[in-house]
Design a binder for this molecule. Structure first.
Ligand code: AMP
Ligand code: MG
Length: 406
């Protein structure tokens, strides 16, 4: 057996970032930038008003109050999208709406709430003094022309895409989402809802793995189910590798007589078969075929999910250019609300737990159910994997590190 960290090191070594490509910004959510983004223009592009009100000369409003308002002559109205056609002169006020360009001459905005129309709309009464700069948003306040807005290696979220749009970028160079094929292997597996013959079970792994890929920011490709035949597995892998950036298989990597996945992977490319000191998900076949990572995950439904979290997710995110600190799901320190039992066996146990954040300001964890690697429902109910080190388990009330799954 090898330690988890050694197995992860081997996996991450085989997952180098893919070549960058240009994507329309609306297709780039969750992708990692492959270029530093430099603004070609300022945001906002011109000084404008932050409030609905009047553009004035601040000096004209000195001493204004509700009892002694200052009267200014209205010289026009300017909406957002309009452009001022002349400067605002002394003693004048320009009615102005949020987002409208700030006119020359004036130096402050008086908000509409402290004014009153007068002279049948010819004038306005200002009831509070304004100060130069009040409610004016200067050009380039958010972003200056020529400024680097995001470095290469930025994970693009909704706000980033808005910023790209605001500086006039329609495309962005990113590493891109990985296309990842998912193949289930096993003679016993049945697709869909048809009747089960003796010895058959339904394939669940493809569905969980395709969903996990979507959560991880990958494009999953369904490669179906194949039986335990060396030729058939080889054919499916070769076809998958031809159209995908990476592959996930489940089943056929243990010590069974018909576990052909690791054999085929070894023939097709560089493969390392590992017995990792963890429970569940001890066996893992990882290899590269034509430089593309292939993860031979174990077949037990919980094992395949745990193996995905510990190996495939960080590996695939590295493939997609994610920074090192964003490869894994977050870890938190939690209090065990009950004993998380286990026996010494030289392995790190990943105990499925329900984690809650309580009023005491701490995370609390308790088992989500049976911990055998075939009990998928207890995995589905869990929102965390407690990292229970080798030994006799975590006593109730003690601290435990938890990988948050959602
Ligand atoms: P294996 O890793 O092929 O030895 O499979 C281990 C266990 O997982 C066996 O009980 C299999 O029937 C089960 N299994 C393998 N693949 C799947 C799958 N795609 N969906 C559900 N169970 C599976
Ligand atoms: Mg099998």
């Amino acid at each position: 057996m090898i330690p988890l960290e050694e197995a992860r090191r081997r996996v991450l070594n085989g997952c180098r970032p893919m070549a960058p490509r240009e994507l329309p910004i609306d297709e780039a959510l969750g992708c990692v930038t492959a270029e530093a983004i430099v603004a070609g223009e300022a945001v906002p592009p011109f000084a404008n008003t932050a409030m609905d009100g009047y553009a004035v000369h601040a000096a004209d409003t000195t001493g204004a109050s509700a009892e002694h308002p200052v009267k200014l002559r209205l010289c026009g109205t300017l909406a957002a999208g309009g452009a001022p056609d002349r400067p605002v002169g002394p003693g004048e006020a320009l009615r102005i709406m949020t987002g409208a360009p700030f006119p020359a001459g004036a130096d402050a905005v008086v908000i509409v709430e402290v004014t009153q129309p007068a002279d049948g709309g010819e004038s306005v009464l200002v009831q509070q003094p304004a100060h130069p700069g009040d409610h004016i948003r200067p050009a380039g306040e958010d972003i200056a022309a020529g400024q680097e807005v995001f470095p290469a290696g930025t994970v693009l979220g909704p706000g980033h895409l808005g910023v790209l749009a605001s500086i006039g970028r329609e495309k962005v160079a990113v590493v891109g989402r990985a296309r990842v094929g998912v193949l289930s292997t096993g003679d016993e597996l049945v697709e869909g809802a048809g009747a089960l013959r003796p010895g058959q079970i339904r394939d669940s792994n493809r569905h969980t793995l395709l969903a996990l890929l979507r959560q991880a920011g990958c494009d999953g490709v369904d490669l179906g189910v194949v039986g335990d035949s060396e030729e058939v597995i080889r054919g499916a892998m070769v076809r998958g590798i031809a159209t995908c950036d990476a592959l996930l298989t489940s089943g056929g990597v243990s010590m069974g007589e018909f576990d052909y996945v690791k054999k085929v992977l070894d023939e097709l490319g560089e493969m390392t078969w590992m017995q990792v000191a963890i429970r569940p998900a001890k066996p893992l076949a990882f290899g590269t075929v034509d430089g593309r990572p292939v993860f031979g995950l174990p077949g037990n439904p919980v094992s395949s999910m745990v193996s995905f979290e510990l190996f495939a997710r960080p590996g695939l995110r590295r493939l997609m250019g994610y920074p090192v600190d964003t490869l894994d799901r977050p870890r938190v320190q939690a209090v065990a609300d009950e004993r998380l039992g286990r026996r010494p066996d030289g392995k790190l146990h990943l105990t499925r737990v329900v984690v809650t954040y309580e009023h005491d300001g701490r995370y609390h964890a308790s088992s989500s159910g049976g911990q055998a690697s075939n009990l998928l429902r207890a995995m589905a109910l869990a929102n965390g994997l407690a990292l229970v080190p080798d030994g006799d388990g975590i006593p109730a009330g003690a601290g435990v590190e938890v990988l948050l799954l959602s």
